[in-house]
Design a protein around this ligand. Structure first.
Ligand SMILES: *Cc1c(COP(=O)(O)O)cnc(C)c1O
Length: 416
């Protein structure tokens, strides 16, 4: 068995050797700036456009709808901020491809504040939540939908929240902590019926489950390279043709004039390679991950008392296991696992280290003392049954030890 058992693939993933191999020539061989005019530079330009095309195909989009970014957080920021700016400048959601809804940043009339209404959820990643908070400060109203006990958005709540000035719905495709997959197709229908822009943070879903932007009426979609065995600092925002958003980074004409900066050619090549590999391996990988995931869940729930699975058992990412252990401090358990060479997470990577329970576990209604005993293990196809069996054995031992020194557990057993 490996000396480290890595069960934190929702935080980041190993870069595949084929991905690195594809990237290397663009650092040392043809390193030309794709905006230059000579032949080798134009070869790089052509290579980027090939990558754009092949990534577009994985979500049934068109190449010109894919904009490369430096990751998921940037794509999320771009989608929300640019939609809010476009709405503030025009009074109309930037939805249709007619003259009245084409905006550029020079049409701005000088108002200082943003306006209008955004609907999102209270289980989004901080890249969405903190951007929404910022937009609230700038003048937008934001509704944060509550989710049910499985972490699923209630469609009737979504419909009820819609106002005449709602210009954007942003709901994640799948949650990064509990793995719950949202009813994206139904949300897309509601958005379309009401002429509202629909953005989805698909960072955890893309490359792991099939996505079709047309079937789901998705107008904007964020994805990140390092969550699917690609390089960190790479990603893309899909923007449906006809949705006219302004530039996110001002400068040169890269990314159709919307995201300036010399292209990260090796990064784009690596991202594209990772997306392609994820696509072709998805079916087989999912089968393998599901059997590993369900083996881990079944053994834990049947062998460790006072444990519960968080998130929906069925509508769930194939690699996500999130369990709350009663009478256990999640942070203490993590440290003990770490000493055994087991890498896992107490919540999202962004909240671990803080002692407040995760906003997602609170949102699905877990009382604080249960939420604090939560452990997220996100597997990959590289894990083995042997590794997972070892992890369960370690968990049983550590949880027994932690409970044996827990006054709450002692009280509970005494009063049972
Ligand atoms: C990781 C993650 C992000 C951020 O992506 P980066 O590429 O790390 O910026 C955004 N949303 C979700 C759901 C994530 O899991």
């Amino acid at each position: 068995m490996k000396s480290v058992i890595y069960l934190d693939n929702a935080a980041t993933t190993r870069v595949r050797p084929e991905v690195i191999e594809a990237m290397l020539p663009f650092y040392t061989g043809n390193f030309a700036n794709p905006s230059s005019t000579y032949k080798v530079a134009q070869e790089n330009r052509a290579c980027i456009e090939e990558c754009r095309k092949s990534i577009a195909a994985t979500i049934k989009a068109d190449a010109k709808e894919i904009y490369f970014t430096a990751g998921g957080s940037e794509a999320d920021n771009w989608a929300l901020k640019s939609a809010a700016e476009a709405y503030a400048m025009s009074d109309k959601p930037p939805l249709c491809n007619n003259k009245n809804t084409v905006f550029d940043n020079y049409g701005y009339t000088g108002r200082k504040c943003l306006k209008g209404h955004i609907i999102t959820t209270n289980i989004e990643h901080h890249a969405i939540l903190h951007t929404a908070l910022y937009l609230e400060k700038m003048g937008c109203d934001v509704t944060y939908l509550n989710v049910d006990e499985r972490g699923i958005v209630r469609l009737k709540d979504l419909k009820k929240a819609i106002r005449p000035d709602t210009f954007l719905i942003s709901v994640m495709y799948a949650n990064n902590e509990i793995g719950t997959i949202e009813p994206v197709k139904e949300i897309g229908e509601i958005a379309l019926e009401n002429n509202i822009l629909f953005h989805t943070d698909a960072v955890q879903a893309y490359g792991h489950i099939p996505i079709d932007v047309n079937e789901c009426n998705i107008d904007m979609l964020s994805a990140s390279g390092h969550k699917l065995n690609g390089p960190k600092g790479t990603g893309f925002l899909y923007i449906r043709e006809g949705v006219e958003l302004g530039s996110f980074i001002h400068g040169g004409a890269q990314e159709m004039g919307k995201r300036a900066g010399t292209e990260n050619v090796p990064g784009i090549v690596g991202l594209s390679k990772a997306c392609g590999l994820a696509e072709v391996s998805m079916k087989e990988r999912t089968i393998k991950e599901l059997s590993l995931r369900d083996h881990l869940i079944d053994r834990i729930l049947s062998e460790i008392p006072y444990a519960r699975l968080n998130g929906d058992a069925k509508r769930r990412l194939p690699n996500n296991v999130n369990i709350s252990f009663q009478f256990v401090e999640g942070e203490a358990l993590l440290v003990m696992l770490d000493m055994e060479g087991i890498c896992a997470s107490a919540g999202s990577a962004c909240t671990s280290g803080l002692s407040t329970p995760s906003h997602v576990l609170t949102a699905i209604g877990l009382p604080e003392e249960i939420a604090r005993g939560s452990l997220r293990m996100t597997i990959s196809e590289d894990n083995t049954f042997e590794e997972l069996d070892h992890v369960v054995d370690v968990l049983k031992d550590k949880i027994f030890k932690l409970r044996s020194v827990s006054p709450e557990y002692e009280d509970y057993i005494r009063n049972r």
